[in-house]
Every structure is written in structure tokens, then in C-alpha cells.
Ligand binder design. Structure first.
Ligand code: TYD
Length: 407
């Protein structure tokens, strides 16, 4: 029987999304035959409430020199990370003479560049070489490593302890959360803080946004599970702040036990999560039923359009859409191609479903009648940008929180 990555209790999947490829594994037709698949099956631990996927591909299959994800591509995300950095600076660095900030999974430096530009001591830890190189080129101090106790020890030896350890959309990627928690404890000063944000389980359940579940997201956190997981390693959850990014995220601030006062927001959120049933298996049985209904409704729309010979495209070749496309059974017969602004994805096909990815210019050159909004988490930015598409009569197909055609 599989075991919880946090507390070692036996766990059982509450559903299976079936065989899945690597979510960011964009590929060319000559690579189709060797494509790697694994079963994507989430579970909730009955003991510590951690929602996690049972099998996860080897990290080297997901994060490598050709990792296709560059954080800096969205202008709203740049604004978001500037605000994140400013909040950390104001609340947690102002008391320090020569502050030192470390970020896990610093990607192309989208957050740390805000510290670098002010000559604040900083260090990014990024396992994917290509994005780490991009960060270094832009003046963000970065090392290519997976974080754990050993790396924490090396950093302390070289730079001293840190005031803040940050992570955005990274903590939920790390199966050895215990190693990270121990490393964080060693890395941080006695009054240092660990601040991280990730897609929030409460939003996933409420919006049936099952596409947040994919290979890289080994965990889907909520305050209850974060408090339990880090509480085992000397940390206390002292603040929680909801974020609109990634379709609904939560920012967690943790401090060493007894070092800081916890805010009222923590008690309020934990009570809300208990009322929502985020620690109960029945909640996830209902979630499974909602996923199945969403899948059936989306395919009814796409099959109908295919039968009528209507041209449908996709918008945003997100990692999330790998779960949607493969779970629902979307093929190039449903969606001719997906428009995406990321150069490294263009000219390739999506993992598993093998829908071609083309540059944004191809979308604009010949508007389709319908477009599936795979990058629904950027809906506000995209709707602002795509008014001409709408004016030309183009329709959006949404699937979060409900399958619906937006006229
Ligand atoms: P992202 O939001 O990072 O989601 P995930 O974590 O699931 O990959 O991905 C957004 C994708 O959408 C990225 O490949 C860039 C693309 N995109 C566009 O093509 N146009 C846009 O206007 C925006 C905002 C994103």
C-alpha cells in the first residue's frame, strides 16, 4: 500500500485521471513512440490531511535543461512577484542590517530580480539549468541545485543564515517536503520566515479545477495540511493570505515555533477548511464526481463542434491542460492547434494528446469560431487583450468553474 509522504500512514487514491505524460513534456512527432506515461492518481492522507499524488515521475524527467516553463512570460505575474517581494521586504527584512533572501525554484529570476535591483543579498536555487541560466544572465545570483539539508548547510557556510526563504509555485512540487523543512530550519535565522504560495486546495475543490493536479504538483496544500507538515519540523503557521494567481492560491508564512505571533487569519482559515471538509474523504468522493461531470460536459461540447466541422483552437499550452486533454480525451481532431507565446513550446506538440502548439500570430492571422481557454488562470489578462477576437464573433469555451461557452 502506498504511504503518505509526510507522515508515513497508508493512503489510497480517491480517483484516477488515467495514464498521463509529463505535463511540460512538449515534444516532436519523432519522440511520440518513446513518450513516458504514469498513472495520475490523487489521495488524501486520513492522518495528516495532505492531498498528494500517489506516483510521481522521477524529477529528472520533469525538470531538466529543456524545461519549458518560463515564469516571466505573463505581465500580471511580473506585477504579482514585484508585490510579493515588496511585502517580504517591508514585513520581514526591515529589521536586518544586511538582509539575505533565498528563493527555492527561482526560475528565470522573476521574483529575485526585485531584490537584485536594490542590491539586497539574494540567492536563487533552481534545478532547471536553462531557466537558471536566464536568471543569471539578468543579474540574479542563482545556483543549479535541488534544495535539501545539504544544500542549506552549504549556503549557510558561504553566506550565513537567511532572513527569508521564499518559494512560489514550487513547494507543492517537492516530494521530499521533510528534507525541505529540515533544510529551511537550518537555513533560517531564529526569527527568519519561510514564505511560500501554491495553488490552494480550497479553490481546486470549490471550482473543480482538477487541472491543478499533474505530475509536478505532488501536493495540493491547504492551511490544515501545511500546518501539520511543517509543524512536525519545528515550524508554526503564522499567516495565510489568499492570492488570485494560478486560479486561486494561498500564501503561507511560517516561523520557527514560538518565534512569532500567529495571526487571526490562520485560525479563521483552518475553521473554514474544516467546515468545507478539506480533511474528509467524502469531500474528495464528491470532487471525483464533479471532475467526471466536467469531463463529460466538455467533451459533449467539443464532439458536437467536431461533428459540425467547426474550427476550434486552444489558448495557452499550460502544464495544467495536459491533465485536461488526456483525462478528457481531447485530440487534434477536436482542437487544430493551441496558441502559445512561449518560443520553446512552439512547433512542438502537447504531451500525450499531441495537439500542435503554434505561435500567437497564427491565432490572430485566422481567428477560429471557438477557442478553449486552457490558460483560464490568466483570464483577466487574456480577455483584455483579445477584445478583437470577441468583436470578430469568436467564442471562448471555459471549463472552470463550469463548462460554459462565453458568447
Ligand atoms: P501558466 O499560467 O504558467 O500555467 P501552467 O503552470 O499550468 O503551465 O501557463 C500559461 C501559458 O499560457 C504559458 O505557456 C504562456 C501562455 N500564455 C499565452 O500564450 N498568452 C497569454 O496571453 C498568456 C497570459 C499566457
Amino acid at each position: 500500500m502506498p504511504q503518505c509522504r509526510i507522515c508515513g500512514s497508508d493512503i489510497e487514491a480517491f480517483m484516477s485521471f488515467g495514464q498521463m505524460p509529463i505535463a511540460n513534456g512538449f515534444l516532436t512527432p519523432d519522440q511520440f513512440a518513446d513518450e513516458y506515461f504514469f498513472e495520475l492518481a490523487p489521495a488524501i492522507c486520513g492522518n495528516c490531511s495532505m492531498v498528494q499524488i500517489i506516483d510521481q515521475p522521477d524529477p529528472s524527467k520533469m525538470f531538466h535543461e529543456n524545461y519549458a516553463f518560463f515564469s516571466g512570460t505573463s505581465k500580471y505575474m511580473q506585477v504579482h512577484f514585484a508585490a510579493f517581494a515588496a511585502a517580504v521586504q517591508e514585513r520581514h527584512l526591515s529589521g536586518s542590517d544586511d538582509p539575505f533572501v533565498v528563493e527555492l525554484g527561482s526560475n528565470d529570476g522573476i521574483m529575485l530580480r526585485n531584490f537584485a535591483s536594490q542590491n539586497i543579498r539574494h540567492l536563487g536555487i533552481e534545478p532547471s539549468k536553462n531557466v537558471g541560466d536566464a536568471a543569471r544572465e539578468s543579474g540574479v545570483n542563482t545556483i543549479c541545485e535541488f534544495f535539501g539539508e545539504d544544500v542549506a548547510g552549504q549556503i549557510v557556510g558561504e553566506y550565513g543564515q537567511a532572513d527569508a526563504l521564499l518559494a512560489a509555485n514550487v513547494m507543492c512540487h517537492i516530494p521530499d517536503l521533510t528534507g525541505v523543512a529540515k533544510g529551511a530550519h537550518a537555513l533560517l535565522k531564529p526569527d527568519g520566515v519561510l514564505v511560500f504560495e501554491d495553488p490552494y486546495l480550497g479553490d481546486v475543490v470549490e471550482k473543480t479545477s482538477y487541472d491543478q493536479i499533474y505530475d509536478e504538483h505532488v501536493f495540493v496544500f491547504c492551511a490544515l495540511s501545511v500546518a501539520n507538515a511543517f509543524g512536525r519540523h519545528g515550524f508554526e503557521l503564522i499567516d495565510v493570505e489568499p492570492q488570485i494567481t494560478h486560479g486561486g492560491s494561498m500564501r503561507y508564512t511560517l516561523a520557527k515555533k514560538g518565534a512569532r505571533q500567529a495571526s487571526e487569519a490562520v485560525t479563521v482559515l483552518i475553521a473554514k477548511e474544516t467546515a468545507l471538509g478539506l480533511d474528509r474523504p467524502e469531500t474528495f468522493d464528491k470532487f471525483r464526481q464533479n471532475c467526471e461531470a466536467s469531463r463529460d460536459q466538455l467533451m459533449a461540447v467539443l464532439n458536437d463542434l467536431r461533428e459540425k466541422g467547426v474550427r476550434v483552437l486552444g489558448y495557452g499550452a499550460t502544464s495544467k491542460s495536459t491533465t485536461v486533454m488526456n483525462y478528457c480525451g481531447i485530440t487534434p481532431a477536436h482542437i487544430a492547434f493551441i496558441s502559445d507565446t512561449t518560443p520553446t513550446k512552439q512547433g512542438k506538440c502537447t504531451p500525450g494528446a499531441h495537439v500542435p502548439v503554434k505561435p500567437y500570430e497564427d491565432f490572430v492571422a485566422d481567428y477560429p469560431a471557438y477557442t478553449v481557454l486552457f490558460a483560464w488562470n490568466h483570464s483577466r489578462e487574456i480577455m483584455e487583450k483579445e477584445q478583437a477576437y470577441k468583436a470578430a464573433g469568436g467564442k471562448w469555451i471555459n471549463f472552470v468553474p463550469k463548462v460554459a461557452i462565453q458568447e
